[in-house]
Design a protein around this ligand. Structure first.
Ligand SMILES: NC(=O)c1ccc[n+]([C@@H]2O[C@H](COP(=O)([O-])OP(=O)(O)OC[C@H]3O[C@@H](n4cnc5c(N)ncnc54)[C@H](OP(=O)(O)O)[C@@H]3O)[C@@H](O)[C@H]2O)c1
Length: 211
């Protein structure tokens, strides 16, 4: 499939590479697609994959991934021609964390719900926010492969996202329900970050142990 990624930072580049390796066509995007900081990614992934403007990546993608800093996401999304995002599956990997006596989440809402409100004619699916970018593709640990959650309002979009997650190497994918459940995923992310700090084990991820 054609995947348009809004963002060309840690997450955008990791997912872009992972999905290109799985046989998808990928455009990542940046404020300055010609910035030399992107050339090593292009060399690594191959010349057929590119770095484009946000508009071009949104137009290109049959599926869109939002991988932007939370602070700029609303402005970037609102500047894109809405027709490029309409009726498409939009994957939200974002976390909206603020700091007040330590890291905190938004109260009474979540990044996933805010993104769905920003894009009422798109099918937002929340996933991958619970792990570090280094684990998003080929999440292989010596103990096995962690669990990945998703949530969203549209079942066909969740089926598309489940297939993409499998292409990235995820095996156990749990559908938590509609997009309001992204609050659970964002809480899991914060619990994971605090666990990593306390246990001094960066690059951790949760799994379910079964008898
Ligand atoms: N990194 C992780 O381990 C991780 C894990 C889970 C979830 N997330 C979430 O994923 C999202 C992206 O994280 P990241 O680590 O990839 O961030 P990042 O490396 O800092 O990349 C951020 C992207 O946002 C763009 N951007 C920043 N400010 C902008 C502005 N004012 N206007 C337009 N574009 C702007 C940057 O554009 P330029 O290319 O033009 O600089 C870049 O492409 C965040 O919401 C984060 O919470 C990250």
């Amino acid at each position: 499939m054609n995947i348009g990624i809004l963002g060309a930072g840690n997450v955008g580049k990791t997912l872009g590479k992972g999905l290109a390796m799985a046989g998808h066509r990928v455009l990542i995007s940046s404020r300055d697609p010609h910035d030399p900081k992107h050339s090593s990614w292009k060399q690594e992934v191959g010349d057929s994959e590119g770095v484009a403007s946000f508009d071009d990546a949104a137009r290109f993608g049959e599926i869109i991934i939002l991988a932007l800093s939370w602070s700029c996401l609303k402005d970037v999304v609102e500047a894109i021609d809405p027709g490029y995002l309409k009726n498409k599956t939009v994957i939200d990997v974002n976390n909206a964390v603020y700091f007040h006596n330590g890291p905190r989440l938004l109260l009474d809402t979540s990044a996933g719900e805010i993104v769905q409100t920003l894009l009422p004619e798109s099918h937002v699916v929340k996933t991958l926010n619970t792990v570090s970018d280094k684990i998003m593709s080929q999440p292989i640990f010596k103990e096995g492969i962690p669990i990945m959650f998703m949530s969203g309002n549209n079942m066909a979009s969740k089926n598309q996202v489940s297939a993409l997650l499998k292409d990235l190497g995820w095996v156990t994918i749990v559908d938590l329900g509609d997009i309001r459940q992204s609050r659970l995923q964002e809480s899991i992310m914060l619990a994971c970050v605090i666990s990593e700090i306390q246990l001094q084990s960066p690059g951790s991820a949760f799994t379910l142990l079964t008898h």
